[in-house]
Design a protein around this ligand. Structure first.
Ligand code: CMC
Length: 422
């Protein structure tokens, strides 16, 4: 079978034959037919904007792999920092490499005192943690003059280590600030997830991190570390393509993540379950969704059309967490909602299944996080994915500054009309 595609322009009879490789063809070939011809693809539904070797995703088959490793194996056997190394460097680390990486990340977890005293303290007392997180990441870049030097690999890698190390500290800081609690310094003897929980919850000496909960946090971090060209990662790539520094690009990606259709969905799931309030109200709510008056948050995905493998892992993790914390009272409503939706023609025909956010919110809540922190929890591990994509983009000789074209549908040229004549 020929690995080519032939396109005929019926307006002129001109024909081009273009090679198809890895499921894509170069749409730039269309310019041979007509230099003004463009592909119209709102929201990039059919566009591959880059070549990437980081994450493989097959939405029909429910497959997610980081650098070739199935997400199920990583969630079961790996740790978040090991996965971070894998995503950023392409291979699993050896024992020595992992030790060195853990040491480097652990020793960059501190934040400059001015960040806390002047920057974070300047927020209004009820500022949303995600808004604080986004701005704090951008502000962090101003502490590192060298961060603009993105084509010096060692300098870039240093910013990556700093960002991976400091995002949990910033995240915990936003929480402590909004709760009026004193900040807790990072503890270098703890694992990444343990240290984060410790910075979140320690009050005096009265806190020990439960190992099962630290593990659940680590699994959540692993599952959220990357998801190829989603909205946040696309924002990261677009901003990084202008050669902005990694802090500014990460802040932009975090801003994209904050929307309710993306990383904000887990927060929306809890609001939805709370509003439903009781198992007996589930069917009425589903009817409302079917009428288009509401949306079933935590359901549906742009690419997963059979199941989201992350949701399957998280359902199991949820039960492990509930064994320690006691069952989240919203679980019964969630289970009933899932059961009703999965058996309803509306959801079946549209291939709508629980996504990662359907269960993550329930776990976060059981771990004691307020809903406003949920998107921040997503942003911590996703920072690794964003930075892996930025590094890849900067080495990609085919990339240029992102600059899509448009199909102009406005009025043609017209003369300015004086105010009194309008
Ligand atoms: N509840 C009810 N109907 C839905 C839902 C939903 N959650 N999702 C999609 N639909 C319907 C939609 O109304 C449309 O119906 P129709 O064909 O009759 O107009 C059909 O299903 C196709 O939906 P779509 O909007 O074209 O799908 P999309 O690929 O553009 O949107 C989505 C994907 C995730 C934005 C959407 O499913 C959604 O809004 N889900 C709820 C929010 C959510 O859980 N987001 C988290 C995504 S996973 C985390 C991440 O990776 O960011």
């Amino acid at each position: 079978m020929a690995e080519t595609i032939t396109i005929i322009d019926d307006r002129t009879g001109k024909k081009i034959t273009v090679p198809v490789k890895d499921g894509v063809f170069a749409s730039s070939a269309l310019r041979e037919l007509d230099p003004n011809l463009r592909m119209y693809d709102p929201a990039f539904l059919s566009t591959a904007a880059c070549a990437s070797s980081i994450t493989y995703l097959d939405g029909e088959a429910g497959i997610l792999r980081y650098r070739g490793y199935p997400i199920e194996q990583l969630a079961e056997k790996s740790t978040f920092l090991e996965v971070a190394y894998l995503l950023l460097k392409g291979e699993l680390p050896t024992t020595q490499e992992l030790e060195a990486w853990n040491f480097e990340v652990t020793h960059h977890t501190m934040i400059h005192e001015n960040m806390r005293k002047r920057f974070v303290d300047g927020f209004h007392y009820d500022a949303h943690p995600m808004g604080m997180f986004i701005s704090a990441i951008a502000a962090l870049g101003t502490f590192y003059d060298d961060s603009k030097n993105i084509f010096d690999e060692e300098v870039l890698n240093k910013q990556i280590r700093r960002l991976v190390a400091k995002v949990p500290t910033i995240a915990a800081m936003t929480y402590r600030f909004s709760s009026g609690l004193p900040f807790v310094l990072p503890n270098n003897s703890m694992s990444y997830a343990q240290n984060f929980l410790n910075m979140m919850y320690r009050i005096g000496d009265d806190y020990t991190v439960h190992p099962a909960l630290a593990r659940a946090m680590d699994v959540l971090f692993i599952l959220h570390a990357d998801h190829e060209q989603n909205c946040g990662t696309t924002a990261m790539r677009v901003v990084a393509s202008s050669h902005a520094d990694p802090y500014s690009a990460t802040a932009a990606a975090a801003a994209a993540l904050s929307g309710p259709l993306h990383g904000g969905a887990n927060e929306a799931v809890i609001h939805m379950l709370t509003e439903i309030g009781d198992v007996k109200n589930v069917s009425a709510f589903v009817e409302q969704v079917k009428k288009g008056d509401d949306r079933l948050m935590g359901f549906g995905h742009r690419v997963y059309k059979n199941f989201d493998p992350r949701a399957t892992i998280l359902k199991k993790t949820a039960y492990e967490v509930f064994e320690v914390t006691g069952k989240n009272p919203l679980l019964d409503i969630a289970l009933k909602l899932e059961e009703v939706a999965l058996n309803d023609e509306y959801f079946i025909s549209r291939k709508l299944y629980p996504n990662v956010d359907f269960y993550s919110g329930l776990i976060y809540q059981a771990l004691g996080f307020p809903v406003e922190m949920f998107t921040v929890l997503f942003a911590i591990p996703r920072t690794v994915g964003w930075l892996a994509h930025m590094s890849e983009l900067l080495k990609d000789k085919e990339q240029k500054i992102s600059r899509p074209r448009q199909s102009y549908t406005g009025v043609g040229e017209r003369n300015y009309v004086e105010m009194k004549k309008r």
